[in-house]
Design a protein around this ligand. Structure first.
Ligand SMILES: [Cu+2]
Length: 425
């Protein structure tokens, strides 16, 4: 019997099979339905897809195409990026420990590339390092990688040629190896999120790949909030979230509200039970993966975001002049005669900037977040929402949480203040 997940995977396969049309002779077989696996459920990549595969003589065959793409970070900001199979991050690769994989890599970039399989114990010649372990894949050619995946864990793939340029342009993907058989805690929901950072100047449409320190677009699966797809869980489900970080320069401390989580996997495999410890924030260093698990035992709309405050801002939240405490009365009117639409920002903090109808440059995303049911959520960037609900029908966005009466922080009454001896003026 097909599980819901397998039906979804088949649908995804039908939708992406045209990507494989250039290599039928290489593959030699009709694309079968995905093989039933020993996993009860696969990984779900928010805003992303899983890479389809087909069996050829007992080997799982995949096809990645490195190419320039047009990518939307959120409505209002579209850029020319580089990625795999039409997207950034590239499709998530899923396999089972012990599988033999054959991955064809076609290079449609304007320069050579290679692909490194981060964290996987692999024969040296399949490791994908330009010059050291293989020749570059020239423009227009297809190379074959073939190897066993011996260990379960949360891994990644990315180029190992002109790394700075190619990763800054969006070339990266998650590579998940499930355990074969028992021995690892099963989860009900299994999410994969690639963290990354970009420098994209407002009004332009190409990432600045030479940037070293000043990134202004911080992404989960190459999306900024409010375009990050919420994670949904049924109340009581065990949830795993796998993070990879292929940012150029920065680590991301990812904070989940409302739950105690433990790190269960890294790019070194499964963390032994005896080495796990609870936390609310997991640091995902550059070039690393961390998988966390928790039981979604509290209903609500729970934020999950990078705790570096600049990483929950979009392009226009950084490096503006510090106006905090400055009396700007009169300045706006005078300046507006020279610069139509001018406004002085931030004299009483910056939260009010989000709600303004700011005139922004074409193809740019200000520091805005999105409207919430109680007001404006003034975070963007590396921010998403875990939505835990009782009795869900599916894992689509269930909308805003319906708070039980009397459970939301609200204005204190005079009687309450008096009762508790609080003098608030
Ligand atoms: Cu961060």
């Amino acid at each position: 019997m097909l599980t819901r997940r397998q039906i979804l995977t088949s649908a995804a396969l039908a939708g992406t099979v045209s990507l494989l049309k250039n290599v039928p002779a290489m593959l030699g077989e009709e694309a079968p339905a995905p093989q039933p696996s020993t996993q009860s459920a696969g990984v779900y990549t928010p805003n992303g897809v899983t890479l389809p595969w087909k069996l050829s003589g007992g080997v799982k065959v995949f096809h990645l195409i490195a190419e320039e793409i047009e990518h939307e970070f959120a409505p209002g900001l579209r850029c020319r990026c580089w990625g795999y199979n039409g997207r950034t991050p590239g499709p998530t690769i899923e396999a089972i420990a012990g599988d033999r994989l054959r991955i064809y890599m076609t290079n449609h970039l304007p320069e050579a590339t290679t692909t490194h399989w981060h964290g996987i114990r692999i024969p040296n010649g399949m490791d994908g390092v330009n010059g050291l372990t293989q020749p570059a894949i020239p423009v227009g050619q297809t190379f074959r990688y073939e190897f066993d995946v011996p260990d379960p864990g949360t891994f990644m793939y990315h180029p190992h040629l002109d790394e700075m340029t190619q990763q800054s342009m969006g070339m990266m993907g998650m590579f998940i190896v499930h355990p074969r058989g028992e021995g690892v805690q099963k989860v009900d929901r299994d999410y994969a999120i690639m963290l990354s950072e970009w420098r994209i100047d407002p009004g332009t449409s190409r990432p600045v790949t030479t940037e070293m320190t000043d990134f202004n677009i911080l992404t989960m699966n190459s999306k900024v909030y409010p375009a990050t797809q919420p994670l949904v869980a049924q109340l009581g489900e065990r949830v795993r979230i796998r993070f990879g970080n292929l940012s150029a320069m920065e680590h991301h401390p990812i904070h989940l509200h409302g739950f105690q989580m433990v790190v269960t996997q890294t790019d070194g495999g499964i963390v032994p039970q005896s080495a796990r410890y609870p936390g609310n924030t997991v640091l995902v260093p550059v070039g690393s993966t961390r998988a966390v698990e928790f039981v979604a035992d509290a209903p609500g709309d729970w934020p999950m975001h990078c705790h570096m405050t600049h990483h929950t801002m979009n392009q226009m939240g950084h490096n503006v002049p510090n106006m905090l405490g400055v009396n700007t009365s009169g300045v706006d009117d005078k300046a507006a005669r020279l610069l139509p639409g001018y406004m002085t920002m931030g004299s009483s903090g910056m939260a009010d900037m989000n709600d303004m109808q700011m005139q922004t440059l074409p193809n740019s995303i200000p520091m805005r977040g999105a409207k919430g049911q109680f007001g404006f959520i003034d975070m963007g960037g590396m921010f998403t929402i875990l939505k835990v609900r009782d009795k869900i029908q599916n894992y689509d966005d269930p909308g805003d949480y319906n708070f039980p009466t009397g459970t939301v922080a609200e204005r204190a009454t005079a009687e309450e203040l008096k009762r508790d001896g609080i003098e608030a003026t």
